[in-house]
Design a protein around this ligand. Structure first.
Ligand SMILES: [Zn+2]
Length: 238
C-alpha cells in the first residue's frame, strides 16, 4: 500500500475477485512476491497464472513495473495471454515507452531472434466510455490530475461497487465521483499528490467510505485520521 519510494511496503495495487474472475488493478514491481505475501498472510494463494485481467491506471513504474514479469511468466510457463485494459492514452505508451525494450526480441531454442508486439503477449483492450465489462464487473474511469495520463476507476459488481483514485492531486469532483461507490480507496502523498489534510477535512460521510492507499512510509497507520488500507487486507463487499 506504499508509494513510489517505500522501503516498508509493496507499491499500491488491488486484486478483485468476483464470481471466479480476478482483476488486478496495477502491476507494481515485485508483483509475484506481493501475491505470494497475500498467501503468507492467510489469504488464498494467487499466482501470476491466476490473474487473467489487469487494469493499468497509468505508466509510472510503481504502477506498471511488474507487468513484464506477469506477461513473461504467462508466455513462457502457461502460454496463456492476459487481458490488459487501460484508457487509450495509457495504452498508447505502454509498449513503446515501458515494455518494448525488454520484451520486443525473444530468442527461440535455435537462438534465432523473433520480434514480438504487445499483442503477442496480451489481449489489449481500451477502457471506453459507458463502462467496460470484465466478467461480472463493469469498469468506469475518470481522468485524474497527475503528471501523465491517469485514470481513476469505479468498478461495479452485481451487489456492490468500489472505486480507486489512482494517483491524483486533490480534486473534489473526483472524490464526489468516487464517493458514489460503496467503498473507495484514495491516495495521499506529498508534492502534487493529495494532502492528507485535504482529505481529513472532508465530511464524515465521505471519509467513512474512504480508505487511504499510496501513503508515505512516515504516515502513522495506527493514528491515521482516515482508515488506511493495509497489505493483505480483504474487503468482502458481498
Ligand atoms: Zn503516478
Amino acid at each position: 500500500m506504499g508509494d513510489a519510494f517505500t522501503t516498508r511496503y509493496f507499491n499500491a495495487c488491488l486484486l478483485i475477485e468476483a464470481e471466479g474472475t480476478r482483476v488486478l488493478i496495477d502491476a507494481p514491481p515485485a508483483l509475484a512476491r506481493a501475491l505470494g505475501d497475500l498467501g503468507e498472510r492467510g489469504g488464498e494463494r494467487v499466482g501470476l497464472d491466476d490473474i487473467d485481467h489487469v487494469v493499468v491506471t497509468h505508466l509510472h513504474g510503481d504502477h506498471v513495473g511488474g507487468l513484464e514479469q506477469l506477461l513473461f511468466w504467462r508466455r513462457f510457463v502457461t502460454g496463456r495471454k492476459a487481458a490488459l485494459y487501460a484508457i487509450p492514452e495509457v495504452l498508447a505508451g505502454l509498449w513503446e515507452t515501458r515494455l518494448k525494450g525488454g520484451m520486443e526480441i525473444l530468442m527461440n531454442e535455435r537462438f534465432e531472434s523473433q520480434t514480438l508486439t504487445l499483442e503477442d503477449y496480451a489481449d489489449v483492450l481500451p477502457l471506453g466510455p459507458g463502462g467496460t465489462a470484465i466478467g461480472p464487473l463493469l469498469v468506469d474511469f475518470r481522468r485524474t490530475l497527475h503528471h501523465i495520463p491517469t485514470s481513476a476507476l469505479r468498478i461495479r459488481g452485481r451487489a456492490s461497487s468500489f472505486a480507486y483514485s489512482a494517483d491524483t492531486a486533490f480534486d473534489p469532483a473526483l472524490i464526489a465521483w468516487l464517493g458514489e461507490a460503496d467503498l473507495f480507496f484514495h491516495e495521499t502523498n506529498l508534492g502534487i499528490h493529495t494532502p492528507l489534510a485535504s482529505l481529513a477535512a472532508l465530511p464524515e460521510t465521505t471519509r467513512r467510505k474512504m480508505r487511504l492507499i499510496h501513503y508515505p512510509d512516515f504516515h502513522s497507520v495506527e493514528e491515521s485520521p482516515i482508515e488506511c488500507a493495509r497489505e493483505g487486507q480483504r474487503y468482502d463487499l458481498g
